[in-house]
Design a binder for this molecule. Structure first.
Ligand code: CTP
Length: 411
């Protein structure tokens, strides 16, 4: 694995030699790219000694560029890891600015990017940094940590860089290298977000789904090498790159789009919160208020998940079960009733589940279950997709039970 390790100017940069050593122990080739301010915290001599390669820092270094240009470096990388990642580098990557070698590589690479943020806890919690974190995650950049605890400034809170062993294990465990994914060549359809069912030209019925979990599942499947078709209801999320996105509004449109693509699918993941009912009649003009009470008659929407699971040549089918109570019992019923291969169950309501960045789920299948504790939806999605890939492969004919995913580095 070829890793471009970007080191930026935070006190945690002193841990970089240890991180390089741990990455190399796992067989990685590490090319260090430092920012100017990183050189205030750690010496190039130490880093050159542990990495065994000349350190790169200057975009205008003619000799180094002649040996391997910044574009070649961006292509050489199987992953670009920035550790420590300051608030500054996060903001620059978000904006697409590329004033130095490291940011240029981040812009020019097609490899996955992982950032291990490290900063004062107030800086980490600043709305600007949090907005940047969210945008980076939405674009598929892996955010590792940060950890919580005592900080170099003497204060306590979230913002410590994860320890080098955890970062090395996580980065080397991300099976996102070029052509190495567990779902390489497979086609995965993911539905995400809510649907909208019109009442009249200005009103509709919908729900609180943000689409974040479905989008994270789609990105995690793409990172595992899958060809992903993301069928999305109306959400406020930027369209992810590296996959085919189909935008729909209603349950019927989502049903139609799913059946248009499902013939080629190996795996179907129904993460959308599809309306169960829609108004029987959609008024052609805005409904005016008149009586004290009013009724809207509803009719059932097609159940997309059930219809896919019932196909003669059904793909490996994964449903979601969002419940406010008896989560696991209801989810297991769904697994059996809808004839699913797996179901991802989570509790919703009371500020849990919907429209949050974190989630905790229990995944159930016929002979097993696995709990995933609360974690960022992007991390959780990676773990759940790993588990889906293992069960899918087992269902393809392997005679062994699927391995259990180890979550150690991801929560
Ligand atoms: N689903 C679907 N099409 C629908 C409704 C739901 O594909 N019309 C999928 C969802 O994407 C999710 C799962 O089915 O994967 C949810 O199951 P469901 O039993 O419909 O959940 P609820 O709507 O919560 O059902 P209930 O109210 O009966 O608990």
């Amino acid at each position: 694995m070829n890793i471009v390790l970007g080191i930026t100017g935070g006190i945690a940069a002193y841990k970089a030699p240890d991180l390089v050593r741990r990455l190399r122990e796992r067989g990685a080739e590490v090319q260090i790219v430092m920012t100017v301010s990183a050189e205030e915290f750690v010496t190039t001599t130490a880093l050159q000694a542990v990495s065994g390669r000349p350190i790169r820092s200057n975009l205008w270094d003619k000799e180094a560029e002649a040996a391997m240009s910044h574009i070649e470096l961006a292509r050489w990388a199987d992953i670009v890891l920035v550790a420590p990642a300051t608030a500054e580098i996060m903001a620059r990557i978000v904006s697409g600015a590329a004033p130095d070698l490291l940011t240029t590589i981040c812009l020019a690479t097609e490899a996955p990017i992982a950032l291990a943020p490290a900063m004062n806890h107030v800086m980490w919690n600043n709305p600007a940094t949090q907005a940047n974190r969210e945008l980076l995650e939405q674009r598929g950049i892996h955010i590792l940590g940060p950890d919580t605890g005592s900080q170099a400034c003497g204060e306590t809170g979230a913002g410590r860089m994860l320890d080098p062993e955890t970062i090395a294990a996580t980065v080397c465990g991300l099976s996102v290298g070029k052509g190495k994914g567990a779902l390489e060549g497979r086609t995965v359809i993911v539905t995400a977000g809510p649907t909208r069912e019109a009442i009249d030209p200005v009103r509709y019925i919908t729900n609180r789904s943000s689409g974040k979990m479905g989008y994270a599942m789609a990105r995690a499947a793409a990172a595992q090498g899958a060809n992903v078709v993301l069928i999305s209801g109306p959400v406020n999320l930027p369209p992810p790159t590296g996959m085919h996105v189909v935008n729909v509004i209603t349950a019927q449109e989502m049903f139609d789009a799913t059946h248009e693509h499902v013939g080629n699918a190996d795996i179907f993941v129904a993460a959308a919160a599809v309306a169960d009912y829609r108004p029987t009649h959609v008024a052609s003009q805005k409904i005016k208020k008149s009586k004290e009470t009013s009724r809207i008659e509803l009719v059932r929407c097609p159940d997309i998940l059930t219809s896919v699971a019932a196909l003669k040549r059904a793909p490996f089918t994964v449903g979601f079960a969002a419940e406010t109570q008896n989560v696991e019992d209801y989810a297991r019923l769904k697994l059996e009733d809808k004839k699913l291969d797996m179901v991802v169950a989570n509790k919703v309501g009371d500020g849990v589940g919907f429209d949050r960045d974190e989630n905790a789920v229990t995944v159930l299948w016929r002979n097993g279950r696995q709990e995933f504790p609360a974690a960022a939806k992007s991390d959780l999605a990676r773990s759940v997709v790993d588990l889906i890939a293992q069960n899918f492969q087992a269902a393809q004919g392997a005679d062994t039970e699927p391995r259990l995913t180890v979550l150690s580095n991801l929560d």
